[in-house]
Design a protein around this ligand. Sequence first.
Ligand code: GAL
Length: 375
Amino acid sequence: MLERKAIRRMAALRLLQVAAIALAVVLLWAIFMRVDAGNDAGLPPGEELPDGQAPGVRRQDDGTIKVGLTMDTLQEERWIKDQEMFGEAVKALGAEFIVMTADSDDAKQIEQAETLIGMGVDILVVVPHDAEAAATIVNKAHAAGIKVLSYDRLVRNADVDLYVSFDNERVGELQAEAITKRVPAGKYVYIGGPETDYNAHLVKKGVFNVLQPYIDRGEITIVFDQWTRDWQPANARDNMRIALEANEGRIDAVIAGNDGTAGGAIEALAEWGLAGQVPVAGQDAELAAAQRIVAGTQTMTVYKPIRQLAEVAAELAVKMAKGETPRADRLVNNGKLDVPSVLLTPIAVNADNIDETIIADGFHAREEVYKHIER
Ligand code: GAL
């Protein structure tokens, strides 16, 4: 009997010892984890975040700021310039630049944004493919304590920290002002950008700010009005073919969301022998559009000096990464809040002022623009 009691006491003691060791191990592990994870902001113990530095963001030990850029596409000529010029401007400010391009794939863009967040960027700059779908990116960045700058295109329905772009409504007004000067009455075709791009909505709003009074007076009729999936010139061409068929070629003017879609529309007009007869407006001052303007098949484009946008955005992105709050003199509502915004001024370009605008700025070389013109 006594022996059995002694054995049970021994066993209980052993058990207690094991439990004590296990507890000690757990405690040591917790202390170790705490030390490694550093304080709430993910910094080594005792290190404070610089004023305004968002928690959870790690800076590289040498303090270099990392600017991450997630882009929709490089399909249009301008985005290649944006990527180059923004990258140059960021590096010129002593910051590191990482860019990823999603080829108009929303899931891929979200994944790439997650990668940039995981790489510990200090600020995330976003050119969204889909304004609504990209809200997820903003939420993920904020969850990691990273602020978001919407570049050229606005992310909708999310707490965007800053929007830097051109005044897109003004872009549409410039297009319609130029075309109504040539065609104050008649049948108009509107070839918009994609519904997923909030810029397409802003540009369209600008166009109709100018056209509506003419429409109300019965002078102008919109005989065709269609969005263009992913800004694809071929989609714009196909839409323009439908408009020409439906109106037996009797179209008096075309306003297109950008130069790519204007080029598609002009291709369809050419099939009806109407290229150069029907005034067409575009946007972006692409080289092909500049060549069409001096050749007379496109009436105008809207020039947006990309270097200006890239440099302003880079400067403000680095400021935000340092925890500063950049000055923004405009507000643009994105469905969730009035986003602090910096909107630059677009410029209308036609054959008369093409030399003193896009050529003078070196946006395109003179010999390139006039390449197809016999002089
Ligand atoms: C818009 C942009 C335009 C045009 C278009 C096509 O968002 O504002 O300049 O480039 O995308 O990518």
